[in-house]
Design a protein around this ligand. Structure first.
Ligand code: NAD
Length: 389
């Protein structure tokens, strides 16, 4: 096998730009969906963006159902309830509308509605996805309202297994939405904390993909430009949520991050997944907390790449300059510097730390970290993030 070996998947159509949500009825027709289930979360369901979008469907004479029982970091009971509503309503496709939680759950409903095996049989392990009946997967239109996860251009859904308190990635190539409507106007209402957390999620995707070992110049190219967009636009979107240019560039960066992470992710995510599953923290904000500690930990393996990246970004001072720029960005966005700043009243005994380390080393993202993750070094990373060293 050649060392120039990589895999590239991107067969979705993205309709990008403000006002493009108006093309939703046409997108449904194009995907052959006559009776969609509109999947969103309860917070968004109360906001004008949802009312405006449902009115577009009403005006176009589209019959649809609405499902909004989706908690942040969705769980299996949300999925089962959604699948039931999908089946009972005779739906033939999904409009997944929201942040990563609603997008993932919408995608998983479309996937699971026609399957007879439990969802955990389709975890992103080897060829487990081939167990699914691909012909029974309903088509998906994805409409992101945050700018971070990039789930709209991904083939996976993340769901928490409440029995084991673990976040699982469920994968199938046909879970990729047929069409994405990426309309930055829909993200204008995001509050600052979610703007910061989701934006840092996009940044973490680009950074970890870029640092992951392996031959993938396309992913690397997308990741470096994604990071430029975040550095230049996330503080603006955070300061002024109505800055449409910043919002649009962040929506691009989010899709770019998820495109790039086909190459791999790393320790930021390996630690963030167990913390999110055990403490129900915001995924992107958790990534942002771990970022500088993982950057320092990986230094030896990534220094050359980071120096090259810094040149592209116009950041002086090589690796140290880049690390400082990350700290500055976090500060601008009021990201807590230590884990206890994110999880109020955090008390972690050795048993709990060992559990987190055990979960992190087997997380599917662990293999992408440029330095091999062991229980020992994950415990050190965890301590560093608790103490802020
Ligand atoms: P989220 O979907 O959990 O949403 C967070 C909050 O923001 C919710 O309360 C929601 O109502 C609110 N919100 C969303 N859009 C809004 C808007 N326009 N205006 C006002 N409020 C708005 O947050 P997220 O960070 O987008 O998604 C996180 C989830 O995505 C986690 O479960 C994470 O594990 C998953 N994830 C998936 C992938 C993937 O590849 N599929 C990648 C990364 C993360």
């Amino acid at each position: 096998m050649t060392k120039f070996f990589s895999k590239w998947n991107y067969p979705t159509t993205v309709l990008f730009g403000e006002g493009r949500i108006r093309e939703l009825p046409d997108a449904l027709a194009g995907a052959g969906i006559a009776n969609p289930l509109f999947v969103t979360d309860p917070g968004l369901a109360q906001l004008p963006v949802v009312a405006m979008t449902l009115k577009l469907l009403d005006d176009a004479g589209v019959s649809y159902g609405v499902f909004s029982d989706v908690k942040p970091n969705p769980v299996e009971s949300n999925l089962n309830a959604g699948v039931k509503v999908f089946r009972d309503g005779g739906h033939d496709g999904v409009i997944a509308f929201g942040g990563g939680s609603a997008l993932d759950l919408g995608k998983l409903i479309a996937f699971m509605a026609g399957q007879s095996r439990p969802v955990w049989d389709f975890e992103d392990i080897g060829d487990w996805w081939t167990r699914a009946d691909a012909s029974a997967i309903a088509p998906i239109i994805a409409v992101p309202t945050t700018a971070g996860t990039g789930s709209e251009v991904g083939r996976a859904g993340v769901i928490t297994n409440e029995a084991t308190h673990t976040k699982k990635v469920i994968f199938h190539p046909r879970m990729l939405p047929v069409t994405v409507i990426a309309d930055p106007e829909l993200s204008v209402g995001m509050p600052p904390f979610i703007t910061a957390g989701t934006g840092m999620d996009a940044f973490a995707h680009c950074l970890e993909a870029y640092c992951a070992p392996g031959y993938h110049p396309m992913a690397d190219g997308i990741a470096v430009e994604g990071m430029r967009l975040v550095f230049e636009n996330l503080p603006k979107a955070y300061e002024d949520g109505k800055d449409l240019t910043a919002r649009a560039n962040m929506m691009s960066a989010a899709a770019m991050g998820a495109t790039a992470f086909q190459k791999g992710l790393g320790a930021i995510h390996s630690l963030s997944h167990p913390i999110g599953a055990l403490y129900d923290t915001h995924h992107g904000m958790t990534n942002a907390v771990f970022m500088p500690y993982v950057l320092a930990f990986n230094r030896e393996a990534i220094e050359e790449r980071i120096v090259r990246l810094s040149r592209y970004l116009g950041i002086k001072g090589g690796f140290d300059g880049f690390a400082k720029a990350v700290l500055k960005l976090r500060k601008q966005l009021k990201v807590p510097h230590k884990l206890p700043g994110l999880i109020k009243g955090l008390e972690m005994d050795d048993k709990r730390k060992a559990l987190i380390a055990d979960m992190a080393v087997v997380d599917p993202t662990a293999g992408g970290n440029p330095v091999k993750l062991t229980k020992k070094n994950v415990l050190e990373l965890l301590d560093a993030s608790i103490e802020g060293k």
